[in-house]
Design a protein around this ligand. Structure first.
Ligand code: ADP
Length: 227
């Protein structure tokens, strides 16, 4: 395996969210409003609404990561807006705290602009050795950096992973042409996970659409375009 990756199932997400909800309940924190950090925090936030019995949910979007396992320099709030939150206790939710920039930025943005009663933060996972920010609540402490392949980024991650594999292989060996079977085998070798046929098929369609690879239907070959 070249990239340390863990495939996360929908069932695990539900299980982790239930446990996270229990931790928040035990602490006695009952938020009036849950704010999902888009897009990664959406599913966990919605599940926390269910498990904590919360009706109010909003989202703010922060932008930081451009592609799977690659980092841009800083996080920004993409569509800033104002709500009157002076009587509200807010819980800000994300999927994972990796660098910590996103959740920290969201918390500061909400405190300074919405001026709520209080703001707490929660994430399913916290990568403790790299994060500059520790959420108030988390379920799993990750001790070694891994790319978690969450179910809501499965297609996006799959085509980015394939693109990366093809580009790096080209740089290392000059190989540009791949059969579909070679791509599947390479994917397993590089990432150690299997995302299923539905994803590989669509990932290849996207790479062709984006003109990153071209498909030769006669030879059934995918060829990396190099400029
Ligand atoms: P945070 O402020 O929560 O640490 P980051 O700025 O580190 O967030 O990352 C932003 C988003 O990128 C995360 O909410 C998540 O959706 C995605 N992400 C970051 N690191 C990982 C990882 N190791 N595995 C899967 N997704 C990740």
């Amino acid at each position: 395996m070249r990239v340390n990756t863990k495939l996360v199932s929908w069932d695990e997400i539900v299980d982790w969210s239930i446990h996270l909800a229990d931790i928040i309940k035990k602490d006695g924190f009952k938020p009036d409003l849950i704010v999902a950090v888009a897009r990664g925090g959406f599913v966990p936030a919605r599940l926390l609404c269910d498990f904590l019995g919360i009706d109010n949910m909003l989202s703010i979007q922060s932008q930081h990561w451009t592609e799977a396992a690659k980092m841009e320099e800083r996080a920004i709030i993409k569509f800033p807006y104002y709500i009157d939150a002076k009587n509200l206790k807010i819980l800000v939710v994300d999927d994972i705290v990796d660098t910590g920039d996103t959740l920290k930025l969201a918390k500061i943005y909400i405190e300074e602009n919405w001026k709520p009663l209080s703001v707490k933060t929660a994430a399913l996972q916290w990568i403790s050795p790299v994060a500059k920010f520790k959420p108030d609540y988390y379920y799993i402490e990750v001790k070694e950096w891994i790319w978690f392949q969450y179910p809501w980024t499965r297609l996006e991650d799959t085509y980015q992973f394939i693109k990366r594999m093809m580009m790096e292989t080209f740089k290392e060996t000059g190989k540009r042409e791949w059969t579909y079977e070679e791509i599947l085998r390479g994917f397993h070798e590089w990432y150690g996970i299997d995302v299923g046929e539905a994803y590989y098929k669509r990932a290849m369609e996207i790479l062709v659409e984006k003109e990153i690879v071209e498909f030769d239907p006669d030879r059934k070959i995918y060829k990396l375009r190099v400029t």
